[in-house]
Design a protein around this ligand. Structure first.
Ligand code: B12
Ligand code: SF4
Ligand code: SF4
Length: 358
């Protein structure tokens, strides 16, 4: 492959709207060897898709060569989703909940990122041709774009593509942009020159570990998803373990605390991408409005939004827990009513919340 092909690909990524793009090789990276242990310890909780196996019973996500033997490189792209709004937890109004930064927008990030990745993927044959690799190389080209759903641990490849280092909070941090980044990857059969991994700049800092309200960061770079508020409010169905509810504060969807406290986010620039402009009313929604929401309104308000993933039952459950954590007794009458709710999960959490306020 000619040396200027990665340069052209990165230029194409910038034109598609990505701030960062790098190339990672396919390798049995040390970080990936941690993954089977993570699954064996059950740290993925109920996220069954994380434990998907190939025909020989091996974990797909632990080794890319098992599921995409044709792939030779991973093009990793990152886009900034930071907006000018202050941290959601900075709002002290006890009647309102906290939604994490990535879910304030009008569009689901999966589509916004995938759309951009496909632009690059579509350009690959002509870039190959333009860099003197000939139509034959383009004819044999295989590629696949993923945002989240691919059989790989994206952050490990982002590290080896030089996009950023893996912070102690397990997020990819870029020295200039911080960590408010979505990642997207293109697996390709092209043997591209790899970038140099970004050096780890966490140093002696441990702010994220200390600030995590549920002690989910069990060691630097190690997260127990079962304890993470992001998992509890987005991925966990049914009952939230009662000993974790008080630590959830007024989070109703996701959690940003380990990134809010990170010094590398202090000067994070604001995204120019229109898709990530916050929707009115979603930065700090009223808790009683969410707790009493009906299916039709849920569909209407959250059309196209990542919040749909929690489902109506999960979002109402989360709002009820947040009411219990608000310290505001004004919610008691509403909670007493919710104790009789037709949704048994909402009703059980309402009983807990009413008790917490009493
Ligand atoms: C499952 C998942 C979750 C789960 C589990 C998170 C987790 N840390 O594993 C939950 C629901 C909790 C979650 C939460 C969030 N997520 Co998420 N999530 C994913 C998903 C789909 C898979 C992640 C995964 O494979 N985890 C497995 C574990 C083992 O991997 P890991 O935590 O990344 O750990 C690796 C490294 O830490 C590494 N390592 C590095 N250094 C060291 C040092 C030591 C000593 C050790 C032992 C290990 C180690 O080892 C591990 C690899 O085996 C990815 C997309 C993808 N396909 O990769 C998005 C992704 C990681 N999530 C993302 C985001 C934005 C979030 C949230 C910010 C959303 C929110 N605001 O609520 C939070 C952040 C919470 C956090 N601190 O991680 C982004 C991250 C972007 C970034 N800048 O890093 C991704 C990449 C999605 C995307 N396409 O943009 N997420
Ligand atoms: S997202 Fe929140 S709960 Fe999860 S590790 Fe970070 S601070 Fe802890
Ligand atoms: S808060 Fe400190 S330790 Fe945590 S990710 Fe940021 S720099 Fe690293």
């Amino acid at each position: 492959m000619t040396a200027d092909l990665p340069v052209r690909i990165k230029q194409c990524a910038r034109e598609a709207g990505f701030e960062l793009c790098g190339v990672a090789p396919i390798h049995d990276f040390a970080e990936l060897r941690v993954f089977p242990r993570w699954i064996a310890e059950g740290r993925h909780g109920e996220m069954k898709y994380m434990q998907a196996e190939d025909e020989s019973g091996k974990l797909k996500r632990a080794k890319l060569a098992r599921v995409a033997p044709w792939a030779r490189s991973v093009i990793v792209c990152a886009i900034n989703y930071n907006t000018a709004h202050p941290y959601s937890t900075a709002f002290k109004d006890r009647n309102r909940g906290w939604i994490s930064r990535y879910a304030w927008s009008r569009d689901d990030y999966h589509e916004a990122v995938l759309r951009r990745l496909r632009k690059i993927e579509d350009e690959l044959p002509s870039l190959l041709d333009a860099t003197g690799n000939g139509p034959q190389a383009a004819g044999n080209l295989e590629s696949r774009s993923y945002v989240d759903t691919g059989p790989l641990v994206e952050r490990v490849y982002a590290k080896y593509a030089g996009v950023g280092w893996i912070g102690k909070n397990t997020c990819i941090i870029n020295q200039q942009l911080g960590s408010w980044l979505f990642l997207g990857v293109i697996l390709t059969s092209l043997e591209l020159a790899a970038d140099i991994p970004a050096p780890d700049r966490c140093g002696t800092c441990t702010r994220c570990i200390t600030a995590c309200p549920t002690q989910a960061i069990t060691a630097p770079g190690e997260l127990d998803a079962r304890l993470c508020i992001s998992y509890l409010t987005i991925e966990k169905r049914g009952e939230i373990p009662s000993d974790l509810r008080a630590g959830m504060g007024r989070h109703v969807f996701g959690c940003d605390i380990c990134q809010d406290v990170c010094p590398w986010n202090r000067k994070a620039p604001v995204t120019p991408a229109e898709e990530f402009v916050p929707r009115k009313g979603l930065v700090n929604p009223a808790l009683d409005w969410l707790a009493e929401m009906q299916p039709e309104e849920f569909r209407e308000v959250f059309r196209g939004s990542p919040v749909r993933r929690a489902k109506l039952s999960g979002l109402r459950r989360n709002a009820v827990v947040a009411m219990g954590n608000s310290g505001d007794k004004k919610f008691l009458p509403a909670l007493k009513k919710l104790c009789e709710d037709a949704d048994p999960v909402v009703a059980e959490h309402a009983r807990w919340a009413a008790q917490a306020l009493d």
